[in-house]
Design a protein around this ligand. Structure first.
Ligand code: SAH
Length: 356
């Protein structure tokens, strides 16, 4: 066990063994991952103020609450003013960075609007706010345009790196194409974005071997950031039919913590998010993720009036919190676990900075 926890290069068999640990052995893995994180990245936590720009989406992923075929959702797009207010709030709260996330659209009106907003946020903050985008699959030209406008990080989860599993959680059609998603990740890497990807954990049909392969995928792509979180079944989606066949909430949470911990051993210098979904399953979920090796948190800045409409999964944590409450709450929570939020900083991935 100790040998495994100190091994230089973990192979698939090792990953499966580590992900299968339970009880005290699991605790030892998490403690080792914390030790590695503190050694490479110290106890610093980076913030990305999250702006959920729109829930209009051309896709109908089988797990997602805002899928286009869910007609119970009230669709919205934030106005320019609302977006700029969010960005200003990020400045006022000293968050060094924001992340704009949205349902997927690739029409020109949408992509042009994003370019304009990225430029406006850069201007408003005098270049000080870091900008991460999480706006799904786009053409190389669009990714380039957004990069040139000032976005420097992009998150595009592969969701499941096993193609077969991918097609069990997505429709198999031209709007949900595994190879297309993969090639988008390659394009983002090529263009020079700090690129992040990730998966959901505890999906129906997912095995521990799949999860080990996901970790190998992150290493093979040499990504700068990873965001992973537990799958949470949403009643208005097709995958809800399997809600009684997936691991319990606690098991999904524990598997998420093990995934974070093992990846921290494999890629000590990447940025890793403690996802909001962690906190939805467990009130201490984000703290647990930070203590297992994560180093980024994405506090929500979306105007409260729209948060109920961006329920990709049910019972999302902090939906009622005001941004300033959220900020002081997080500060206290991080101090309580001997971590320190780094304000007014972009918080780039060390893995990326060193290799560029
Ligand atoms: N359309 C954008 C943003 C998607 S929302 C894109 O494709 O990148 C962000 C993430 O929420 C998704 O990548 C997915 O991994 C996660 N998600 C969606 N539905 C979920 C659910 N039911 N449970 C847990 N996570 C979910």
């Amino acid at each position: 066990m100790e040998e495994l926890l100190h091994k230089d290069f973990l192979e698939k068999d090792d990953l499966v063994r580590l992900l299968s640990l339970q009880g005290d052995d699991m605790k030892r893995l998490l403690a080792r991952a914390l030790e590695v994180k503190l050694k490479y990245l110290d106890n610093k936590v980076h913030l990305r103020g999250l702006i959920e720009y729109s829930n209009i989406c051309r896709k109908y992923c089988l797990y997602c609450g805002v899928r286009s075929l869910n007609d119970k959702v009230h669709r919205y797009v934030l106005t320019d003013e609302e977006v700029l207010d969010c960005a200003q709030q990020a400045m006022d709260l000293h968050y060094g960075s924001i992340a704009i996330q949205s349902g997927e659209r690739s029409d020109k009106a949408f992509t042009d609007k994003i370019t304009e907003l990225v430029r406006a946020i850069k201007k408003l903050s005098d270049g000080k706010l870091g900008i991460t985008l999480s706006l799904g699959e786009q053409s190389e030209e669009v990714y380039r345009e957004w990069f040139e406008a000032g976005a420097h990080r992009y998150l595009l989860r592969i969701e499941a790196s096993n193609e077969e599993l991918y097609y069990r959680i997505h429709p198999h059609d031209e709007r949900h194409d595994f190879q297309q998603r993969l090639s988008c990740i390659d394009t983002l890497l090529k263009l020079g974005y700090q690129t992040g990807t990730g998966v959901m954990i505890g999906l129906p049909f997912q095995t521990v071997e799949d999860l080990a392969d996901d970790l190998l995928f992150f290493r093979r792509k040499n990504v700068a950031m990873v965001g992973m979180g537990p799958f949470i079944p949403h009643q208005e989606t097709p995958l809800y039919a399997y809600a009684d066949q997936i691991p319990s909430a606690q098991d999904r949470m524990n598997m998420t913590l093990k995934m974070i911990a093992v990846l921290r051993l494999m890629m000590p210098e990447i940025n890793m998010v403690a996802a909001t979904a962690d906190q939805t399953l467990d009130p201490m979920g984000r703290e647990k993720a930070i203590m297992a090796g994560a180093n980024v948190i994405m506090p929500n800045l979306t105007p409260n009036s729209h948060r109920e409409d961006y329920l990709i999964y049910p019972d999302k944590a902090c939906v009622g919190d005001k941004p300033e409450e959220c900020s002081s709450c997080l500060d206290i929570r991080m101090r309580a676990i001997q971590h320190e939020i780094l304000y007014d900083a972009w918080g780039d991935s060390l893995a990326f900075t060193k290799s560029h």
